[in-house]
Design a protein around this ligand. Structure first.
Ligand SMILES: *Cc1c(COP(=O)(O)O)cnc(C)c1O
Length: 390
């Protein structure tokens, strides 16, 4: 991903910044499209993973829809030319203003998470003399086997409608004349690496579909959410996620009714690998048992390590070309400048001897990186740089 020419250019750009490799993004989208089109699957891009205008426009150009979790995300999607009829709106806490905004723009579907929410959407739609299309976000009680902060499909999580609530909900829904049930929605978590987890989801979806069929309730679409993980340890070996196996699994296992369409909401798998956080080493500090490489990027630019103990591959780009030379390998705790002990990108990371001024790459940062950046410590907001613009 990085040749000497790009690394030289990085030298001249004030750090830290996010570097997006547009080629990688396009390759990823190309493969995703190829594999999902085989089965007529509809893919929505989850804006919350990366909502950069330029990236969004490219994603849109490959024909993806948008998965939004706030009114501002819907606004952003529309600004980047996603068609409202390709926008879905999820989230446990949709405000009245956000619902009204979505109604005014005639989005494709509200993914609803409770009866109370359905009642509010019904009331607001009634006031506008509209019928809101809705899907029920059902909590399938499937364990995503991922970090607990990014697990969403268990009964103990705040997301979705629990299975035992469905009976009452379906009866109540009959009286809500300004909402129309068109789909069932599931999203069990993020960074799911074991496809067996999606297999469990499919089997549960089939059971739930049967429940609706017995009650003669017609469901137009099944939305299985997102969550496909990426390889943070070996990004170069697995730059494009295995979309072929992923989509085939749903094709093979979901028992669809005639005309039923399957929707997906992928975020991380689309944008993670194309993004890298580029930073320079400010200081090398020798500790008692370990050396610290103190970077000019910190948890304000990329919070995932601090928030989820997430692993990101760290490379010293200044030393990448002469890896054959005699530079010795040393271990470093790679840390940021923020006044928090959790501001650490990696502990005991083996790197070629690293010096002040070296350019460091924190790989696979394109998803849940820039979007989660903050101004804590009154830091400047992190900038973005694109491979086709430098
Ligand atoms: C976050 C989220 C997604 C995307 O998850 P990824 O793991 O990035 O694919 C999809 N759907 C919903 C409802 C979400 O909240």
């Amino acid at each position: 991903m990085f040749n000497q020419e790009i690394i030289n250019k990085f030298n001249a750009i004030p750090s830290p910044f996010y570097y997006y490799d547009i080629g990688v993004l396009k390759q990823t989208l190309q493969k995703l499209k190829e594999e999902s089109d085989k089965y007529g699957f509809v893919v929505h891009y989850a804006l919350k993973a990366n909502a950069n205008d330029k990236n969004l426009s490219i994603i849109k150009s490959y024909g993806l829809g948008a998965d939004c979790v706030s009114g501002n995300e819907i606004k952003k999607a529309i600004e980047c030319n996603f068609k409202p009829e390709h926008i879905v709106f999820a989230g446990v806490g949709k405000s009245d203003a956000e619902i009204n905004y979505a109604l005014d723009n005639n989005i494709f579907c509200f993914n609803c998470e409770s009866l109370q929410e359905l009642e509010v959407i019904n009331k607001l739609a009634f006031k506008k003399d509209k019928i809101a299309s809705i899907a029920l976000r059902i909590n399938p009680n499937v364990n995503a086997n991922t970090h607990k902060y990014i697990t969403t499909g268990l009964e103990e999580n705040k997301f979705g409608i629990n299975l035992w609530e469905l009976g009452t909900l379906i009866i109540a829904l009959k009286d809500l004349e300004n909402v129309k049930l068109i789909g069932l929605h599931f999203h069990i978590g993020s960074q799911i690496m074991d496809l067996n987890t999606f297999k469990s989801l499919c089997l549960r979806v089939n059971e739930i579909q049967n429940w609706f069929s017995i009650r003669k309730i017609d469901i137009q679409h099944i939305n299985v959410g997102g969550g496909l993980g990426v390889n943070y340890h070996e990004p170069d070996a697995y730059l494009i996620p295995d979309f072929a196996s992923y989509f085939k699994l749903f094709k093979d296992l979901l028992e669809l009714r005639p005309q039923q369409i399957v929707h997906f909401e992928l975020g991380r798998a689309i944008t993670a690998h194309c993004g890298t956080l580029i930073s320079k080493v400010l200081y090398i500090k020798n500790g008692v048992n370990i050396n610290f490489a103190i970077l000019d990027a910190g948890m304000t630019e990329l919070i995932r390590p601090a928030l989820y103990q997430a692993h990101h591959k760290i490379e010293n780009l200044s030393k990448i070309q002469n890896s054959t030379s005699q530079t010795s390998i040393k271990k470093y705790d790679v840390v940021g400048p923020i006044c928090e002990s959790s501001d650490c990108f990696g502990k005991s990371v083996s790197l070629p001897e690293t010096l002040r001024g070296d350019i460091m790459a924190i790989r696979t940062s394109g998803a849940y990186g820039e979007v989660m950046s903050s101004a804590y410590n009154l830091r400047d907001r992190v900038k973005a740089v694109y491979s086709d613009e430098i």
